[in-house]
Design a protein around this ligand. Structure first.
Ligand SMILES: *Cc1c(COP(=O)(O)O)cnc(C)c1O
Length: 382
């Protein structure tokens, strides 16, 4: 295949005229910061997910952090999570004063399983943070069972999993708090942005206060037309609030989320069919999958020793952007040196980390882009 003329950006978002108009309307309204659009987006998002409470934030990372802070875990508590995730998951655990305890994943789903979690529980364990990898739902029924038996909180990292369901019920509604991401590459984007959802009104209220400097409820209204209200600082909070500009984008994108998913489902079927005889492992299907990423697993033995890193370069040389989800997190220098993790501890995650590659899989891809990705993949993995 010939090198593409322009670089195909991995995970580029769909931005149409109505997103552009919504942002312009917000700018013209002059209410740009946290305001009525954020409230509306929170309401529409919790209706979509099917849960009672929600708080919009400036990222999913902020959501994970505030979720763990709001749960008020004793300093040094152990929180079990997966090494098959973005570093934000583990960093949020650390910033809440806890210790991330990694646990190996299932080699097919790339998710934590109740069985593997159980082996890591100690008297200091206080919470579990499962990640629904690529939108493949974790077995939350079994994970919640283990959590209840051991008196553990559960914070679900749903960054990949806006549309993921288990028996028709959205992920994020099983644990105590669910955290969603609206980063540019995610299934719904607001530029930067995130949302927590919960069934617990006290957790929602506390997270909203923590997200705006720890100032008492609805402090953003102090500049509104209801008369000046003094606020009180009740926690040493953070600056994690979402802006109306972001919420304006989110409201439009939420209306398209199922259309985007259908487009990815269609692409998933095309890729699986086109690639079925290539020297790589294809991702597995599951009911309620959000189909966020399309990850291939390189089989070096079948490719005369060609490594994943060589494959990455080959795509880049053809002007096709690719991703790695993820290098096993426990082997990153900080966690290795601080917590004593090393190679060999989590073989499934390490094997995925060495061999995985994510190819472009966004609903923004044109027919020509898709054709290029298919041609390149067939050439690289023949
Ligand atoms: C993207 C991502 C996050 C962080 O989301 P932000 O909104 O960028 O903070 C956390 N966890 C996982 C698994 C992610 O993919």
């Amino acid at each position: 295949m010939k090198k593409r003329e322009n670089f195909l950006v991995f995970g580029s978002p769909v931005i149409e005229e109505d997103e552009i108009a919504a942002v312009c309307d917000t700018l013209r309204s002059k209410w740009i910061g946290t305001g009525p659009k954020v409230s509306e987006f929170e309401k529409r998002f919790r209706e979509y997910i099917g849960i009672e409470y929600s708080a919009a934030l400036n990222s999913c990372t902020a959501g994970l952090h505030l979720a763990l802070v709001a749960l008020d875990l004793p300093a040094g508590s152990e929180v079990i999570t997966t090494p098959m995730t973005f570093c934000a998951t583990a960093n949020a655990i650390i910033h809440s004063g806890c210790v991330p305890v990694f646990c190996d994943v299932d080699p097919v789903s790339r998710n934590l399983t109740a069985e593997k979690i159980k082996e890591k529980i100690t008297p200091r364990t206080k919470a579990i943070v499962p990640v629904h990898f690529a939108g493949y739902p974790c077995d939350m029924v079994e994970i919640m069972k283990i959590a209840k038996e051991n008196n553990l909180y559960v914070v679900e990292d749903c960054a990949h999993a806006i549309e993921s369901t288990i028996n028709g019920k959205h992920v994020g509604t099983f644990g105590d708090i669910g955290c969603f991401s609206f980063y540019v590459t995610k299934n719904l984007m607001t530029g930067e942005g995130g949302m927590i959802v919960t069934k617990n009104p006290k957790l929602e209220a506390k997270i909203k206060v923590l997200a705006l400097h720890g100032m008492s409820k609805d402090a953003w209204k102090r500049f509104g037309d209801e008369g000046y209200k003094h606020y009180q600082v009740i926690y040493p909070g953070f600056k994690y609030n979402m802006m109306d500009i972001q919420a304006a984008l989110g409201l439009i994108q939420l209306g398209k989320v199922e259309r985007f998913r259908s487009k990815r489902v269609e692409l998933w079927k095309i890729f699986k069919n086109e690639f079925k005889n290539l020297s790589c492992r294809l991702p597995s299907d599951h009911d309620g999958h959000a189909y966020h990423l399309f990850c291939l697993e390189v089989d070096s033995e079948k490719m005369k020793g060609k490594t994943r890193d060589q494959v990455l370069l080959e795509y880049q040389k053809l002007n096709i952007g690719v991703g790695v989800h993820y290098q096993a997190l426990h082997l990153q220098p900080f966690y290795e040196s601080k917590y004593g993790y090393s190679k060999g501890m989590f073989p499934n995650a390490e094997n995925i980390g060495t061999n995985t590659i994510s190819i472009p899989f966004s609903p923004a891809l044109t027919d020509k882009d898709i054709e290029d990705v298919i041609l390149a993949t067939k050439e690289i993995f023949q």
